[in-house]
Ligand binder design. Sequence first.
Ligand code: LLP
Length: 425
Amino acid sequence: MGYRKEFMNDFLYKKNRLYCGKVDIESIARAVGTPFYLYSAHTLKRHLSAYQNAFSSVPHLIAYAMKANANIALLRLLGKEGGGADILSGGELNRALRAEIDPAKIVFAGVGKTREEMREALRAGILLFNVESKQELIVLNEVAKSLRVKAPVAMRVNPEVNPKTHPYLSTGLKKSKFVIEHAQALSHYQLAARLANIDVLGIHSHIGSQLTDVKPFVEAVRKVSGLIQSLRAEGITIRYWDIGGGLGIEYNGELPPMPLELAKNLLPILKESGCTVILEPGRSIVGNAGILVTRVLYTKETEAKKFVVVDAGMNDLIRPSLYGAYHKIVPVVKKRRQNQIVDVVGPICESGDFLAQDRAMPQAAPEELLAVMSAGAYSFSMSSNYNARPRPPEILVHEESYSVIRERESVNDLIRGEKIPSYLQ
Ligand code: LLP
């Protein structure tokens, strides 16, 4: 399992104290307060290069799915290492450009791109629009015409395979709102080929997220390969093959395939196509490169349950409440004590505000620090200000030091832009 080591995270105990690489996590908490998100630069680089090495035998682009975590320092780091970006909005485009990601390495997905977003992306000169409907194609053609350019396009097709993941995380099923049905793909491509300001260059599919088995990937890629051949027979050239993202990570004992294993299974099919291969990994790049550090406020016991009340809530990390997702929770400083079955809950006024339910963990005490693991992906990026809670800072550890890559929000940040109308003054 030597290769799996490449994917191990950097959060390890030394003498019962949790470190991020060489930095003691308790010392960061003392300096920045809690809660905070903490990322490892080393792990991020290692994860990106695991993909780059695995697919090195074909022309490829690793377009990091920035919806997983769009902090511009992380983007800058990944961009400097040769990564591109998979974006979903004008906001993400702005972040990617601010981080100096090469526009020629940006792909733009999503069912609801607005004209304004299309204009911004065309002006920036992105690599591909992954188009998801006929109407979108027609609008994109109009927008490109108004700018006197051609829009580079890949059609997002639906391979109709079941990725066997959480229903909210499946995107390639027959009923999915994403994508163009396999059977309709050819007619979409024919339309695209007729539109003067559309440059048909590629094909795109993405079947879901947190996939722990390589088989659905292989099945999807096989199906798309068949489609590429039919398109070529019609005189439509496909130069870019975007196979999407979706590789899972270990949250709690899962054994998802590593990029190398994925590559081994897919490369024979991908190579034959002669295409430049694009991948859009998000979670597997950043998920286990980050944690959320929170402090215990109180412990309490009712007849039915024991609770550990912490200072991070569902506004900071919504995955447990929204998907029933499991995140390991461990003490930052290990001590000898008994295990207890507890709910770890936040301060928010919702009974769905929990980070863990019925979890066996060492008895926690007020003031103690806990680390919520595997919280680099879809964690800060899905956080909110519910209950007027400022969002936590983000910290990046690089070698022996750490930097604040996003400050803690202040209560004044939360009211920026709000106005009291004159008749109420
Ligand atoms: N490409 C497309 C078109 C996508 O829709 C997604 C994720 C990705 C790439 C990246 O997938 P990844 O490699 O991260 O699995 N909020 C959920 C995950 C939603 C995923 C949405 N699309 C969660 O917290 O688990």
